[in-house]
Design a protein around this ligand. Sequence first.
Ligand code: FAD
Length: 322
Amino acid sequence: MSVLVYTESEGGKFKKTAFEVASYAKEVATILGTTVTAVSINGGDSSELGSYGVDKVLQVTNDKLATFNAKAYANTIKQAVEKDGAEVVVVSSTTDSKFLAPLLSVHLNAGYASNVVALPESASPFKVKRTAFTNKAFNITEISTDVKVIGLSNNAFGLRENSGSAEAEVFEPSLVDADFDIEVTAVDKATDKVSIADAEIVVSGGRGLKGPENWAMIEELADVLGAATACSKPVSDMGWRPHGEHVGQTGKPVASNLYIAIGVSGAIQHLAGINASKVKVVINNDPEAPFFKAADYGVVGDAFEVVPKLIEKLKEFKSNNA
Ligand SMILES: Cc1cc2nc3c(=O)[nH]c(=O)nc-3n(C[C@H](O)[C@H](O)[C@H](O)COP(=O)(O)OP(=O)(O)OC[C@H]3O[C@@H](n4cnc5c(N)ncnc54)[C@H](O)[C@@H]3O)c2cc1C
């Protein structure tokens, strides 16, 4: 028995979510009194996973798996689960993992709980806390199948370093042509910047910024903080920003550690997508803006005065602490 974790990578490097799911799996394994095995498909350096509590890495190196393929990846992970006798499988909530997790669950006859935000409430029966209604509520889900698949919400648990080391083992799954009958034929990245899903910090702008010409300061603030940029729905609808940046109920969900909303009113549809973020900071010139009720910190002021001063202070702080 083990806890098995699928550690995603890109370009031969593990994604941040890989370390988060490993951190989570380690804690689950401690509760269950067992070890953590990772499946790495053309991934990074196994020792990195050891630093987040992984005991063993099943390393798959296969050119046919160079780009994501839900069926082939799900079959690979299924075989790893069977080889390792894993009872709990942890994946992240990236688009890829959300694609493969239901396939994997069918292969394993397993119950799947998506959007999990905390460690199991109890191990027997196995109960986990999940978000519901676009992050406006939580539910407790009990999984009673022998194998359980957990989809951990991105940034819900965070990274927990560990002093362990991981043993690497070559793993060669047996894959057939039918595993490759859905194929990603091209990947067209919207941007090379930090993605909203991977970002620890997100700087978001709303209609209060008046026009696309004023986004330079949003981008500068994001650069100083190493953050991703986001926006409200009307901003992307009007073409001020790309649709990939639209967050909220009908856009991307954000579960960053810090979410800075500038000139965004805080409509319920916007808040639905960012509720899972840990610390929310609002800059708005209307003290009655609804966002202030949802915020941890708020600045009542004109964005065009506040943001340049914030950038200046952050630059000063960084150069004093370099
Ligand atoms: C079915 C449905 C789904 C939707 N889904 C989404 C969604 O996913 N995401 C989303 O964002 N919206 C969504 N919306 C739209 C949502 O209801 C709001 O209309 C939208 O979020 C408002 O965007 P905003 O805050 O940028 O603009 P506004 O509501 O116009 O707010 C602008 C804010 O900027 C402030 N401001 C103005 N000037 C300044 C200044 N100089 N300095 C500082 N602050 C300033 C104002 O006080 C105001 O609070 C949805 C709506 C519907 C009906």
